[in-house]
Ligand binder design. Structure first.
Ligand code: ATP
Length: 345
């Protein structure tokens, strides 16, 4: 099912939670809605679900306008943050419940529920009550219940946020596996950029109700179209350096200049940590801090309010307090106006 949002807005009394959102989510893809707290992620998901009516714009499923349809009529499955399982029912009864509500014959409902339980690998737990399940198992029940009526769209609202770090990793792989097995169009809300980058076909990045970029993960990382995107994506964070455009020439702090079609202005030059390297030329900085992160060594140079982070190459040694030169290649620098808009080189 292709999902299209056309100029969708949601205004609460004095807040615009979502502002003129237009985007098309291709059939069969897993799309994450990503962004900081309060940016409008859940509101967008609730509008897709039919739990909120947009104050403006329209929502189409496979080209059909569903803006006014109730949640039951939309053919969606939804999993909430807290799973919302029925505590007095067993796993099997929980999964069967949506079928029961739609008057599916008991034997058929049971078969279908068991099939779903097998898909999410909880068919050995059918007689348990939710209170006797781990967080990850409860999550699987919620997913099975959301899928049991074979919806064409699956909506997930921060489904992993109540799980510990290890289980989050397992469950996100599980969600991806199930989504790909069923080829179901899936919208996944998260505020965790690493989670979004790893699980998604595409990411819809929002800030303050606005769409910042809708793109494949690689492009959000390598080709951010706004400084907000560059900063929000990536850990350790992207580095910034002051630069200036004078007479169509960008002056960089790395000792080279680049021709550019843009008016005179001060700019921010951004470089990912893995694209900064030790050199004999470039930015002269002092080493503040050296930290091992797994197999990598992260170096922090510069002053407290102007830090640069990068990784050592194999065989390189460095001491705290040492003066070094940091360099970045022209192909790896991204340039932003002071307003945050990208300047393409
Ligand atoms: P979080 O990651 O914290 O869950 P979010 O990105 O999902 O945040 P939303 O829950 O969509 O953000 O909220 C977007 C904005 O709309 C926020 O400023 C929020 O306070 C406001 N908002 C959300 N729901 C309502 C409501 N029912 N009434 C009034 N304001 C609301």
């Amino acid at each position: 099912m292709t999902i299209t949002l056309k100029n969708v807005s949601m205004k609460f009394s004095n807040t615009t939670a979502v502002n003129q959102l237009s985007v098309t989510i291709p059939k069969g893809e897993l799309v994450s809605i990503l962004g900081p707290s309060g940016c409008g992620k859940s509101t967008t998901l609730f509008m897709l679900a039919g739990l909120y009516q947009p104050t403006d714009g329209s929502i189409l499923f496979n080209g059909k306008d569903v803006t006014k349809l109730t949640p039951e009529k939309r053919g969606i499955g939804m999993v909430f943050q807290n799973y919302a399982l029925y505590p007095h029912m067993t796993v099997l009864q929980n999964i069967m419940f949506p079928l029961k509500m739609h008057k599916v014959k008991k034997a058929d409902a049971k078969n279908k529920a068991i099939e779903m339980a097998k898909l999410v690998e909880i068919d050995h737990l059918l007689d348990r009550k939710p209170s006797m399940l781990s967080g990850g198992q409860q999550q699987r029940v919620a997913i099975a219940r959301a899928l049991v009526r074979e919806p064409e769209i699956l909506l997930l609202d921060e489904p992993l946020s109540n799980l510990d770090a290890r289980l989050r990793l397992t469950m996100r792989e599980e969600i991806r596996r199930i989504q790909q097995a069923l080829k179901i169009t899936t919208v996944f809300v998260t505020h965790d950029q690493e989670e979004a980058l790893s699980i998604s076909d595409r990411i819809l990045l929002m800030n303050q109700g606005e769409l910042m970029q809708f793109d494949i993960p690689e492009n959000l990382y390598d080709e951010p179209n706004h400084q907000f995107v560059a900063s929000f994506i990536g850990a350790p964070p992207i580095n910034y350096f002051e630069g200036e455009i004078i007479d169509h020439v960008l002056k960089t702090p790395f000792g080279y200049e680049v021709a550019v079609e843009a008016p005179n202005q001060p700019v921010q030059i951004a470089v990912r940590p893995e694209n900064v390297y030790l050199s004999n030329t470039g930015l002269n900085k002092r080493v503040q801090y050296v930290e091992r992160i797994g197999k990598d060594t992260l170096v922090v140079v510069g002053s407290d309010n102007e830090k640069t982070r990068f990784f050592l190459q194999k065989g390189e040694q460095i001491e705290v307090g040492q003066a070094i030169y940091a360099q970045a290649d022209k192909a790896d620098i991204r340039v932003f106006q002071k307003t945050g808009e990208r300047i393409y080189l």
